[in-house]
Design a protein around this ligand. Structure first.
Ligand SMILES: [Zn+2]
Ligand SMILES: [Zn+2]
Length: 324
């Protein structure tokens, strides 16, 4: 167990060891003031910006979004509702944005895609930003710019902002493979199975000091296990399948289509530990919790089944948590 993990445990609210006989890390929040400490320990920072699953806005968790900060540059993975504000709350300047990666086009993952770019530009972004996602990302980007043309033109004219359309380089992902590479990260997209949402992707980030894999929204997918092989961190979605009936009853009683989607499009809690173990990842981070509010989203619920199969550290994702 490394130095970072040990430090984690000493500062964490541990609810695990006694209950589950296992290493469980929870309640560790990112602290903007902690930047100097963390960058001295590792070049790559992973901060969970939003850990809810599903498009309904929630009081306790923000919509899916994550950021990697490598050598001062920000790489955002998913852009759910409030992603720009979550970046600010995490102490990451939107002007450090270098690239954005959208896993698929469900609205919980992309509702603020355009706004992230738009507001980062309003905050003073000067450099180009590459964006990647399944088609029709390029078309969505140009339509967003068109929709907001009034403000964009005015600010370019009056405030001498750089031309926003020239800063954004949108790319449609056309299949598995390396989609982006610079001096800080190599990003490999891989297709995952997300029921009717085709294509949907997960991403593997190889940075100078860490390999971090994001599952995206997915059922159990062999492609993910292969791409996550021996990764330092696997950030994986999770559904408590026992709670799905209660969730549907709460938000849209009798909607069998909704239940069908939740059950078939995601990975049940009983499978996530098996996947992490098969992939041989060092640390498993749970996120995209479904349900992600109400009585079925409690810390003691999530790790029980995971721990049966995965013996490494399990992190229960929280908004603004930095995973060290
Ligand atoms: Zn989702
Ligand atoms: Zn989805």
């Amino acid at each position: 167990m490394g130095k970072l993990t040990l430090r984690y445990i000493t500062t964490a609210k541990l609810l695990a060891a006694a209950l589950f006989g296992a290493t469980l890390l929870t309640g560790i929040h990112a602290q903007a003031a902690d930047t100097a400490t963390s960058t001295s320990e590792t070049k790559t920072r992973l901060i969970l910006l939003g850990t809810a699953g599903g498009p309904l806005p929630k009081a306790n968790r923000s919509a899916p979004a994550n950021v990697l900060v490598v050598n001062g540059k920000a790489y955002v993975i998913d852009a759910g509702d409030s992603v720009a504000r979550q970046l600010i709350k995490a102490g990451v300047s939107p002007t450090s944005l270098r690239a954005v990666f959208i896993m698929h086009h469900h609205s919980d993952h992309n509702a603020d895609y355009g706004n992230l770019l738009f507001l980062s530009w309003a905050a003073g972004l000067k450099n180009a930003v590459d964006t990647y996602g399944p088609p029709p990302l390029v078309k969505m980007t140009s339509l967003f710019l068109e929709m907001n043309d009034w403000d964009i033109q005015l600010r370019q004219r009056e405030e001498h902002r750089p031309e926003l359309a020239q800063l954004i380089k949108a790319h449609n992902i056309q299949g598995d493979g390396v989609v982006y590479q610079d001096e800080n990260v190599k990003v490999t997209a891989f297709e995952v199975e997300h029921y009717g949402a085709k294509p949907s992707y997960g991403f593997r980030f190889d940075t100078p000091d860490r390999v971090i894999v994001f599952s995206g929204d997915t059922q159990r997918t062999a492609n993910l296990i292969q791409m996550a092989r021996n990764a330092d961190i696997l950030v994986h979605e999770v559904v408590n399948d026992e709670a799905v009936d209660r969730l549907v009853q709460r938000i849209d009683p009798g909607n069998m289509g909704l239940k069908d989607h939740i059950v078939n499009a995601h990975t049940p809690i009983t499978e996530v530990g098996k996947i992490a173990a098969e992939a041989g990842v060092k640390t498993l981070v749970l996120t995209h919790f479904v349900p992600s509010d109400g009585p079925d989203d409690k810390d003691e619920i999530w790790p029980k089944d995971v721990r049966k199969d995965f013996k490494g550290p399990v992190v229960l994702g929280r908004d603004l948590m930095e995973v060290k």
